[in-house]
Write a protein of this length. Structure first.
Length: 358
């Protein structure tokens, strides 16, 4: 089946006709019966009123004179007087009113209302004679000349103002340049250029001479060997050796002197005793430095904060040329707890990264 049985359109893929929606394979729908018009509603007839009698008088039929009986006769009269039957006259139909006569519009005649052209009075203007037009030309020329003069005056004023402004601007520019030069010179004098070193950056702590406020006496290790805590051990590069001082070293200062002036770039320390022996870590059993202040020969200083870990903790500093520097201990931890706790403040290593001054 190629066409729809309902609308005759060509069928495509699917179960319904794409034109009318009739299911494919279903019989054709029965034709719809035409709808009948509804029966008219009966209308009740209104009773017809009897016609109204005319206002004119009703004609009366003529009557015959009454018969007079003869005396001595007993015979009744042949006719008894009866009233005549009066029939109502037929009602007259009302005649429709005659149509009113159409109103005719009078035709408009322009000659009756408008003024004829020939009756308008024309005003005769006197013709311009002679050289009157020359006055108009002269007036226009004077006006143009006045405008030009005004423009020249305004331009001269603007030029004078611009010249004055240019002179003032030049003077102010020169003064500002002089002020800027003076400020730059003052800034150059106040702020010195950062020092520049010569050669490669290297570790300088091995060449430093340490000046310490005190040193703890040597102790015996677990293997019976004697352990010393000299200041020079802070620059030997071995974190298992240390400088140590008894008690809380808050406020104590260690001074370091280089063999020659150097440009310092980085500083740091191992902020406790980082030695491990026989399964014992001495770092948590001694006091640890929490904060310290580095100071240089020119009076500049910088503070460093440390974490509680047994490693070298470095800090970058602005380049500074110096031969001597110091570190002041600002705060330390309490000593370690338990039988292995020691009330000492120690520094295992100091690191000074710099280069020879130029």
């Amino acid at each position: 089946m190629d066409s729809c049985v309902s609308c005759g359109a060509e069928l495509g893929v699917g179960r319904f006709c794409l034109n009318c929606g009739h299911p494919i394979g279903a019989p054709a729908p029965a034709p719809a019966r035409p709808r009948l018009a509804p029966a008219p509603v009966p209308v009740e007839q209104q009773p017809i009123a009897p016609p109204v009698q005319a206002a004119d008088p009703t004609p009366v039929a003529p009557t015959s004179p009454p018969e007079v009986p003869v005396e001595g006769s007993t015979q009744p009269p042949l006719h008894s007087p009866t009233q005549p039957t009066v029939r109502p006259p037929a009602a007259r139909r009302a005649e429709p009113p005659a149509p009113a006569p159409a109103r005719t519009r009078p035709e408009w005649d322009p000659r009756d209302e408008l003024l004829p052209y020939e009756e308008v009075d024309e005003v005769d203007l006197p013709a311009v004679r002679g050289h009157a037009w020359l006055y108009w030309i002269a007036g226009a020329a004077l006006l143009v000349a006045l405008v030009l003069v005004l423009l020249e005056v305004l331009e001269s004023d603007d030029t004078a103002v611009d010249a004055t402004a240019a002179v003032d601007g030049t003077a102010s520019t020169e003064s500002s340049q002089e002020a800027g030069a003076n400020e730059e010179a003052a800034a150059g004098q106040d702020e010195a250029q950062p020092p520049e070193g010569v050669g490669k950056r290297r570790e300088l702590a091995g060449t430093v001479t340490f000046d310490v406020p005190g040193t703890a006496p040597p102790t015996q290790d677990f293997d019976g060997s004697l352990v010393a805590y000299e200041a020079g051990q802070m620059g030997d590069g071995d974190p298992s050796t240390a400088w140590r001082i008894a008690g809380d070293a808050t406020g104590q200062k260690i001074t370091m002197t280089l063999p020659e002036t150097a440009v310092i770039h980085r500083l740091g320390i191992v902020n406790g005793y980082a030695k491990n022996v026989a399964g014992v870590a001495w770092y948590p059993n001694n006091r640890r430095i929490l904060t310290a202040t580095w100071q240089f020969a020119d009076g500049s200083a910088i503070e460093q904060t440390f974490a509680e870990r047994p490693g070298l903790q470095m800090m970058k500093v602005p380049p500074v040329a110096t031969r001597t520097l110091s570190i002041t201990i600002n705060a330390v931890t309490p000593p370690g707890s338990g039988s292995l706790g020691r009330d000492y403040t120690a520094i295992s290593e100091v690191s000074i990264i710099g280069q020879r001054a130029g």
